[in-house]
Design a binder for this molecule. Structure first.
Ligand code: DGL
Length: 268
């Protein structure tokens, strides 16, 4: 078996800053793990792209990043990219790949009313992958879905220092609650890695009877499990954030990334 050197990083990949919500619990479990966080700002938002576009773009870009940073493992910290391109990425790359899929299974165990909301991007909520998860884990329950591109934009803006518009949050919750059965919804799956960045705002809008869940903790444990027994540096170091160049989306200031343990920015 290939033994990675201690300085081989874990590569996190998302269209933008949402994957930081996966990075955070991973750093808590593996505090000295070297990290490269990649955001495809040139492709943001993924939720508005076609399946064919993402199935081609994500493996190609990840391939370039793997060549450049030589990670020991890559995490597709994005539900949209994972539900569409995970199999393509695994077929194309020869390293362990961890994906992010909507946390419907734990939601089905948590709901009392049997009505679950799934809040994701438009691309994620239309995926057969979500049908499969619902059929396997939430049979007999009602799974409502809503795609909200404006929540992705709001989460990005928040990390760039902008205030969050409460109307955007209210519309996202209403998009679920106003569907048939929505009154009884008591669990919402945050099926886009950007959305936990707005967890406080969403929880307040959803009200006290609704629990929000996401898969971040489980993914962090999966990463720890897959790298068990491997060598790590003795001390923690600041990681690298890498952005694909985009005129529409300049990277945030490096100071905004410091709390996620990222200390420098590369552009590719
Ligand atoms: N963070 C992404 C996800 O988990 C996608 C956001 C976007 O680019 O639309 O689905």
């Amino acid at each position: 078996m290939h033994v990675p050197p201690p300085d081989a990083p874990i590569l996190f990949f998302d269209s933008g800053l949402g994957g930081l919500t996966i990075l955070e619990p991973t750093r808590a479990l593996l505090p000295t793990a070297p990290v490269v966080y990649a955001a495809d700002y040139a492709g943001l938002p993924y939720g508005q792209k076609s399946e064919a576009e993402l199935a081609a773009r994500v493996p190609a870009l990840l391939g370039r990043l793997v060549e450049r940073y030589r990670p020991r493992l890559a995490v597709i910290a994005c539900n949209t990219a994972s539900t569409i391109a995970l199999a393509h990425v695994r077929a194309a790359l020869d390293l362990p790949i961890v994906g992010t899929v909507p946390a419907i299974k734990p939601a089905a165990l948590l709901t009392r009313s049997g009505v679950i909301g799934v809040l994701g991007t438009r691309a994620t909520v239309r995926q057969p992958y979500v049908d499969d998860l619902s059929a396997r884990f939430a049979a007999g329950q009602t799974v409502l879905r809503h795609g909200s591109p404006e929540l992705v934009a709001a989460a990005e803006a928040k990390l760039h220092g902008a205030p969050v518009d409460p109307a955007v949050i209210a519309r996202a919750i209403a998009g679920l609650r106003e569907q048939p059965g929505g009154d009884a919804m008591d669990v919402i799956v945050l099926a886009c890695t950007h959305f936990p960045l707005l967890a406080d705002e969403l929880a307040q809008a959803a009200g006290p009877g609704v629990r929000l869940i996401d898969g971040a903790g489980g993914i962090a444990r999966r990463i720890a499990h897959l790298t068990e027994g491997q060598d790590w540096p003795a001390a923690a170091s600041m990681g690298t954030a890498v952005f694909t160049r985009s005129d529409d989306h300049p990277p945030p200031p490096v100071s905004a990334l410091a709390r996620f343990g990222l200390g420098r920015i590369d552009l590719v």
